[in-house]
Design a protein around this ligand. Structure first.
Ligand SMILES: [Mn+2]
Length: 308
């Protein structure tokens, strides 16, 4: 066996950096921007850490979906962005590059801070018929603050902006894992607008079959619609994901998130992002490993559905 056939001997042989992007149906793309974080910066280095952590997924047959997304996946590398420019300009760059990729591939974007999702939703809505999208939002934070500590927009306002702008349908928005401090009007905004919130407290101690009623409620609410998935890694408890800018104790386990991703694989997913991995605060690649595994699970679910 040639040395290069050993995954651990060849750092270029990583699942999420497996092949240059050509005509593959699925693409990953990094968005190395963290210009509007509230607390600790560093998520601009998330994409490279998630790719590195995907090393051992490179030939991985998924244990639930029994497929490997490897041959269907290309790496579009990282977006080139004017990082020091005002946020609207950065967002326009992200939207344009995302639109070009979405026209040719089913995309998973690696953040970056969570502000990038607004641009991705703008591109995704235009791509998928122009009707407000359904949204599944994993996060410790509601991200429905109507301002960012006195500024109009940041990484904690995009959900509010997406609903106000009609990018997503509030009634078809589901938040999972929220638990941070915040005023009630922001914390309950999605529910007040007709959507659904499962806080981390709601989900304490529930996993496997005990999560079934929650999964069923989400499936019924979002059935038949194009659904976008945004996964802030800080939805996990800091024990599972210390490497993030705004950690909040009392979060979900990796196992709970995997249950959701596996059980919701039948939804009509149109794209995903995984954001807020900040490697400088990570330990033993816990956070980037979790992110790589979640992205792999999402893609395996898509490939399995396409082959069914
Ligand atoms: Mn968050």
């Amino acid at each position: 066996m040639a040395l290069g056939q050993f995954a651990y001997a060849n750092n270029s042989n990583r699942f999420l950096a497996c092949a240059p992007l050509a005509e593959q149906p699925y693409a990953v793309c990094g968005i190395p921007f963290d210009g509007v974080v509230t607390n600790r910066p560093g998520a601009r280095f998330g994409p490279q850490a998630i790719r590195a952590a995907s090393l051992m997924l490179c030939d991985g047959i998924h244990p639930v979906f029994d497929v490997s997304p490897l041959e269907h996946l290309g790496d579009a590398l990282d977006m080139r962005l004017p990082n020091a420019s005002p946020l609207p300009e950065v967002r326009a760059h992200i939207e344009r590059q995302a639109s070009e990729l979405m026209a040719r591939h089913h995309c998973v974007f690696l953040g970056g801070d969570h502000s990038v999702t607004l641009s991705l939703l703008r591109a995704a809505k235009a791509r998928h018929g122009g009707e407000p999208l359904a949204l599944v939002h994993f996060d410790a934070h509601c991200d429905t603050w109507s301002d960012h500590f006195g500024e109009p927009s940041g990484h904690g306002t995009w959900t509010y902006e997406a609903i106000q702008e009609g990018l997503v349908s509030a009634a078809h928005t589901v938040q999972i894992g929220t638990r941070s401090s915040g005023e009630r009007a922001a914390r309950d905004y999605v529910a007040d607008q007709g959507g659904q919130i499962f806080t981390a407290r709601d989900l304490r101690g529930l996993d496997g079959s005990a999560l079934r009623p929650v999964v069923t409620a989400i499936r019924e609410r979002l059935a038949g619609r194009p659904v976008y998935l945004t996964l802030d890694i800080d939805v996990l408890d800091p024990a599972f994901a210390p490497g993030t800018g705004t950690p909040e104790p009392g979060g979900l386990t990796s196992s709970q998130v995997l249950t959701f991703l596996e059980e919701l694989a039948t939804l009509n997913w149109i794209g995903m992002d995984c954001v807020e991995v900040a490697p400088a605060y990570d330990h033993a690649e816990l956070t980037s490993n979790a992110a790589a595994c979640f992205v792999w699970t999402y893609l395996a679910g898509r490939v399995a559905r396409a082959e069914a």
